[in-house]
Design a binder for this molecule. Structure first.
Ligand code: ADP
Ligand code: ZN
Ligand code: ZN
Length: 737
């Protein structure tokens, strides 16, 4: 008898066995999706193994599989191995992994929406009397100009009655199309000049080195460290050309949805006839399904996508590119808390594929791996055409006059004027959303804070609301201090909306746009703004970290860093690393074209070493210093950290659980094996309370996660967590707040 081992999409943390009915014998494989009964309800399951057993050996009767959802498997054996690895390494349920890895549109196998279009008839034997029926005539003229148009578009301009009349007269007819993949076919999307380029000897050297691994079909990780504007992207494209030419597939990961459009266009313009598929959270269900099915069916394809693209079932995967590999956006913020970069590396390993990590500011982890593990370091040390890295001016904000100059220093204002005169473009960067970051009372020092979180509220001018950036709590700003009644409310701390306002008041004639996550909600808004910026319709772009990375605008010659100190104050051992990366990346947006770029970096601590090294893009020295520091304290990359957060409505109960059950239990578990882990805590988390829940942190330091993760996972499954307490485990955590 044939049975199937199945992972059911339900919070059950083990596989279950079901019988395979005769009719399904030939179509079920590992990776097939099926309908099964669990308890009394119908559930979807993923087949992970099929095997023959002797019915005599079964001590119970197996329920049969009800039906198969597709007639082909929708994932493959390697991906199934990957799911198991993620659940093990990141210490979480398998269910949470497959729930993320296999999108619900694939599980449901929904039929796709058909979209209605209007098509003008070819042989018109009837015409319309424009005098008698002016509206119909107008519609007819409109259709002549738009002979194939979305029905919904037509109905925006003309009534249903008009349409019915035209349909009756057979002037137009309705036709239906399956929703096509529309991502990035928007007409006014960026279209860079088509031109072929000659790679530099440095670039060719890297293509050859990575090409060697590709040729040998061995798993190998190459880390491409190339200063901003050194031509990393062109190296990727050359390798993509090669792999696709040989019939393989390429997975190209990016940390930011916004960067996909730029890369897709660039690949299209360089590799004619090749159209990359895209994958990110902004896709519609139809696009998602099309891409997934294409991945299953096509022997060779390229996908450009965000973190979750790592789960696409590509055939012949030969090359995995992880661009901006240092980005924390690769880390998933909820269970399963995997790092897309690291999962990509492991996936490449399972396929014997080559993995190429790239960055102008590689993470310390990856640099460490080039020194102590097998990663091969490849460097691009110069910008293309020996363009210089931008010149950086450091402005000491302690000596600036108050008022406007506390936001835009005198030097920055002067440089901005110069650039606008020359019709060059400017980027201003500040990593703070909102308008004012603290709202406080002058008389009693009361600070408006979130009633649910231990955090100050940020004032958003466009919405006229105080907002908590952690739980989205909103309240209208008060005219009087709620504590002492004083009307002297001070809005201090600069947010990006304030910068935008000040720039508007200083440069009346200039075109200014703002990009931050508050405008990202609007679909396509972001791409539109970037296009307008590229085409020169916008002179000054102000934004948060969303504009810090990857973007390539040749006409930008000035970048202003409004407050370079922001991320240095974080209570995190990575504060220096993040600051260095951010400053170098933002500065790297300047001077990418023919003209030299300049950067004005505003700071209150000009003597700070990180700022000093970032100013000169002195990566080597920064790395040496920082690695030394990390080694001294045995912080990552010298050890791994598993950050466990315990939270509850009662601070006392949460702390008690953290201390007794969690830390107590863990210490007991590793009592004979003390060198495997070091436990610190519980301590109060840097953000004590979020959404009315008190939070405690327990840090587990370990030289080797793989050696202990299974043990901790078993412990996690056995330990009884009271209903009012939540435990979250974050392996290789990047966020310690
Ligand atoms: P990076 O990804 O390292 O920031 P890009 O690949 O975006 O750099 O290259 C920066 C600019 O230089 C781009 O406009 C790119 O088209 C151009 N470029 C890259 N390599 C070459 C080359 N070999 N010859 C001419 N232009 C190049
Ligand atoms: Zn007060
Ligand atoms: Zn809050």
């Amino acid at each position: 008898m044939l049975i199937a081992e199945i992972l059911v999409f339900a919070p059950v943390d083990r596989s279950l066995f079901y019988g395979i009915p005769e009719a399904l014998r030939l179509i079920l494989f590992p990776g097939s999706l099926v309908n099964v009964i669990l308890g009394k309800t119908k559930k979807i399951g993923l087949v992970i193994a099929v095997r023959e057993v002797d019915p005599q050996t079964l001590h119970y009767t197996l329920k049969p599989i009800i039906s198969s959802i597709y007639d082909i498997p929708i994932t493959d054996g390697i991906l199934i191995q990957l799911y198991f690895w993620i659940a093990k390494y990141y210490i979480c349920d398998l269910f949470s992994v497959i729930d993320r890895a296999i999108p619900s549109v694939i599980r449901r196998n929904i039929s796709l929406k058909l979209t209605a279009y209007l098509q003008l008839s070819m042989d018109l034997d009837e015409s319309i009397d424009g005098k008698k029926l002016p509206k119909q005539w107008e519609a007819f003229e409109f259709l002549k100009k738009n002979p194939f148009i979305l029905k919904s578009e037509f109905l925006k301009q003309f009534s249903r009655n008009i349409l019915d009349a035209l349909l009756r007269k057979n002037i137009v007819y309705e036709t239906f199309r399956r929703e096509e993949r529309i991502a990035y076919t928007h007409p006014d999307l960026i279209n860079p000049r088509k031109r072929s380029i000659q790679l530099t000897p440095e670039q060719l050297g890297i293509v050859a080195s990575v090409g060697e691994s590709l040729g040998q079909k061995i798993f190998r990780v190459h880390l491409l460290y190339g200063v901003t504007g050194s031509g990393k992207t062109e190296v990727y494209i050359e390798l993509i050309r090669r792999v696709i030419g040989e019939g393989g597939s390429v997975l190209y990961l990016l940390p930011e949805l916004a960067l996909t459009a730029q890369i897709v266009e660039k690949i299209r313009s360089r590799l004619e006839g090749l159209s990359p598929w895209v994958w990110h959270s902004g896709l519609s269900d139809g696009e998602r399904r099309d891409t997934w099915l294409a991945a299953l069916n096509q022997p060779s394809m390229i996908v450009v996508g965000a973190r979750s693209a790592v789960f696409l079932p590509l055939n012949n995967l030969r090359l995995v590119i992880v661009d901006e590999e240092h980005e924390s956006a690769y880390k998933q913020g909820e269970t399963p808390r995997y790092n897309g970069r690291d999962v990509a590396i492991y996936r490449a390993k399972l396929h014997n594929a080559t993995c190429l990590l790239g960055s102008a500011t590689p993470s310390l982890e990856s640099i460490f791996n080039t020194k102590f593990k097998n990663y091969k370091l490849e460097s691009l040390n110069h910008r293309i055409d020996h363009r210089q890295l931008p010149r950086v001016h450091v402005v000491d904000m302690r000596y600036e006059p108050k008022g406007i100059n506390a936001i835009l220093s005198r030097l920055l204002l002067r440089k901005m004027e110069e650039r606008l005169e020359k019709k060059e473009q400017i980027i201003l960067f500040l990593n703070r959303r909102g308008y004012a970051t603290t709202v406080l009372c002058r008389s009693c020092d009361f600070i408006a804070s979130c009633p649910h979180c231990s955090l100050p509220l940020t004032f958003h001018r466009t919405l006229n609301q105080l907002i908590c950036h952690f739980c989205s709590h909103q309240e209208p700003p008060q005219m009087k201090c709620p504590r002492c009644g004083s009307p002297e409310i001070l809005y201090s701390g600069i947010g990006i909306q304030r910068v935008e306002q000040v720039v508007q008041s200083c440069f009346k004639g200039a075109h200014i746009a703002r990009i931050d996550s508050d405008i990202m909600g609007k679909k396509h808004e972001f791409i539109h703004i970037l296009n307008d910026f590229r085409s020169g319709k916008i002179d000054i772009l102000v934004g948060t970290q969303m504009i810090a990375k990857g973007l390539d605008f040749p006409n930008v010659t000035l970048v202003g860093l409004i407050n370079a100190d922001g991320s240095l104050n974080q209570q995190d051992f990575r504060a220096n690393e993040r600051t260095f990366q951010l400053l170098v990346q933002v500065a790297g947006r300047a001077g990418r074209g023919e003209r030299l770029g300049e950067v004005v970096l505003q700071t209150h601590i000009p003597g700070n070493e990180t700022i000093f090294l970032a100013k000169d893009t002195n990566f080597e020295e920064f790395i040496a210093k920082e690695l030394e520091l990390r080694e001294r304290f045995r912080y990552p990359p010298y050890r791994h950290i598993i950050n466990c957060t315990i939270s509850g409505n009662s601070a006392l109960r949460a702390e008690l659980f953290a201390k007794r059950s969690f830390v107590g239990g863990l210490s007991e578990l590793f009592k004979e094996d003390c060198s495997a882990i070091e436990i610190r805590g519980p301590m109060i988390s840097p953000i004590e309370k979020i959404q009315d829940r008190y939070r405690y942190a327990v840090l587990i330091f370990t030289p080797n996660v793989s050696k202990i993760c299974e043990k901790i996972n078993d412990f996690r499954k056995k330990i009884t967590v009271p209903a009012d307490i939540a435990l979250s485990i974050d392996v290789d955590a990047l966020d310690f707040m």
